[in-house]
Every structure is written in structure tokens, then in C-alpha cells.
Write a protein that binds this ligand. Structure first.
Ligand SMILES: Nc1ncnc2c1ncn2[C@@H]1O[C@H](COP(=O)(O)OP(=O)(O)OP(=O)(O)O)[C@@H](O)[C@H]1O
Ligand SMILES: [Mg+2]
Length: 259
């Protein structure tokens, strides 16, 4: 763990637009080392774009991105080497078996053969994929593909995890294992930024939550701070989220749809 006051991720004035669509609207964000930060927000609010900007997959139109003490623009490869990223729809090499794919990813990161073998075996067993490791990825279910993508980012022991809806498609047991694993990695100083629509997950496992809306960072804080901001003492994240994002009127919407 780095003990300087510098955050693990520091965004300043970061903006990205697509012609007339504002994807990210001048955001500032500091994420501490060892923190689990949840990115919440309605569809299209800029969560995935923010994660891609942090990884260096998308260059922002303005602003600066500092990741693990590295200026992402100066040395994008150094950033990627230390980061594990799972996109919202992982694209795996479908013509490889799960084992071949993980082996290949391990080689890309230069993990020693013995370590690679041990880690792959351990994760395949933990996520109950070991019996299917020899099957082509094209024959995997959605959840199996998601598990394979997750395992592939844990292999090189990244210092920062960027996970775009990591638990989507996972059965409860696998989701629990991934949640426990992220907590364990946190205790080792690993920083995680994850996006999710599952508010219970965000509330239960994130140290702080960032609520995005139309590209802006509406609120950032722990549950206590968010409750204060929304002026909803004692309420859960769903109420806070709906109030802050102005979607409290869901009942009216549902009633209108049922008419
Ligand atoms: N390549 C692109 N070209 C044009 N517009 C884009 C592109 N990528 C994203 N956008 C737009 O930017 C905005 C933010 O998209 P983004 O994918 O970051 O949202 P999100 O918060 O991840 O949404 P979701 O919850 O649906 O995953 C949306 O309006 C989206 O249509
Ligand atoms: Mg998204």
C-alpha cells in the first residue's frame, strides 16, 4: 500500500462528449488506496465511460487522469499493467477453452508458470468452473463467461480493479465468493471501483458510493453522508438514489404504464 497522501485514482475536470451527447460532464474524483468505491447511476449516466477513461481506453476531451501515481496520458501501458478491468460485456476468445484463455492471459502478464497454474486452479475451483475448464468458451453460459472474465483480471494481482457490473449474471454463491474476494483484496490494499445497479450490493460492500446522473457526479460519500445530502435520515440507498436522481416518481410511471 502506498502511504503518501496521493489517492489511487485522481480525476480532475474530466469531460467526454460524443457529438451532442455529454457522457461525462467535468468530474473530479479521488479514490483512496484500499477503498471499494461503487459507481451508481441510471442507464447512460456515464459510469462505463468513467471506468474506460480511468483505464485509458477512452481519452477524455479535457481534464487530467492520475492512476496509481501515474499520469495516464504519459504512460498508459504502465497503468494497464497494474489494473484489472472487466467490461460490462466481456469479450473473450470464444474458440479457446476456459483454461487456454486464462493461461493465455497469464502469459500476457508474464506470470511464472507455477504461479499461473496455482492461481488458475484455485480460482476455477472457487468459482466452480473446474469441471468445464476444458470446454470451449463459446459453449459457456453467460454467468460462466462472466466468471472467466473475472478470474482473468485477478491473475496478475492488480493494484486497482475496475469492474463494470461485476456480479451481473452470477448465481448467489458465486456472487458471494466474488464479494468476499474483493473484501479480502481490499485488506491487502487493492483498490476497487465497481459499477452496479444492485443497490443492496453497493450499500453492503462499498466504502463510499458515487452517484452519477447525466455525466455529473451528483453525490459522493458513505451511507451516512449520502443520507445527510438527501436529507433522508435512516433511509436505505434505494430511497436516496431515487431522490437524488429525481426518479422518486416511479410509482406514477408504473401506474401510467399499466393504464
Ligand atoms: N461510443 C459512443 N458513441 C456515442 N455515444 C456514446 C458512446 N459511448 C457512450 N455513449 C453515450 O454516453 C452516455 C454515457 O454512457 P455510459 O455507457 O457511460 O453509461 P452507463 O452509466 O454506463 O449506462 P448503463 O447503466 O446503461 O451501463 C450515454 O448517453 C451513451 O449513449
Ligand atoms: Mg455501463
Amino acid at each position: 500500500m502506498v502511504s503518501t497522501g496521493e489517492p489511487a485514482v485522481k480525476l480532475r475536470n474530466v469531460a467526454k462528449r460524443y457529438v451532442d451527447i455529454v457522457a461525462v460532464d467535468y468530474i473530479d474524483l479521488d479514490v483512496k488506496y484500499g477503498e471499494i468505491l461503487g459507481l451508481l447511476g441510471p442507464n447512460g449516466s456515464g459510469k462505463s465511460t468513467t471506468l474506460k477513461i480511468i483505464l485509458g481506453l477512452i481519452k477524455p476531451d479535457s481534464g487530467s487522469v492520475n492512476v496509481l501515481g501515474i499520469n495516464a496520458e504519459d504512460d498508459p501501458v504502465a497503468v494497464k499493467r497494474q489494473v484489472g478491468y472487466v467490461p460490462e460485456t466481456p469479450r473473450l476468445y470464444e474458440f479457446l477453452t476456459g483454461l487456454e484463455y486464462l493461461d493465455f492471459v497469464g502469459d500476457i502478464y508474464g506470470i511464472t508458470v507455477s504461479e499461473k497454474k496455482a492461481r488458475i486452479e484455485e480460482y476455477l475451483e472457487a468459482l466452480e468452473l473446474e469441471e468445464r475448464e476444458g470446454d470451449m468458451i463459446s459453449s459457456y453460459s453467460q454467468g460462466m463467461k462472466q466468471k472467466t472474465a473475472l478470474i482473468s483480471v485477478f491473475l496478475h494481482k492488480p493494484k486497482l480493479l475496475l469492474l463494470d457490473e461485476p456480479l451481473s449474471g452470477l448465481d448467489p454463491r458465486s456472487a458471494r465468493i466474488v464479494k468476499d474476494l474483493l473484501r479480502e483484496l481490499k485488506s491487502q490494499g487493492v483498490t476497487t471501483i465497481l459499477s452496479t445497479h444492485i443497490l443492496e450490493i453497493a450499500q453492503a460492500m462499498c466504502d463510499r458510493i458515487a452517484i452519477m446522473y447525466e455525466g455529473r457526479l451528483l453525490a459522493l460519500g458513505n451511507m451516512k453522508e449520502l443520507r445527510q445530502k438527501a436529507r433522508l435520515p435512516g433511509s436505505d440507498l434505494e430511497d436516496i438514489f431515487l431522490k437524488l436522481t429525481g426518479t422518486e416518481d416511479v410509482r406514477e410511471v408504473v401506474e401510467a404504464l399499466l393504464k
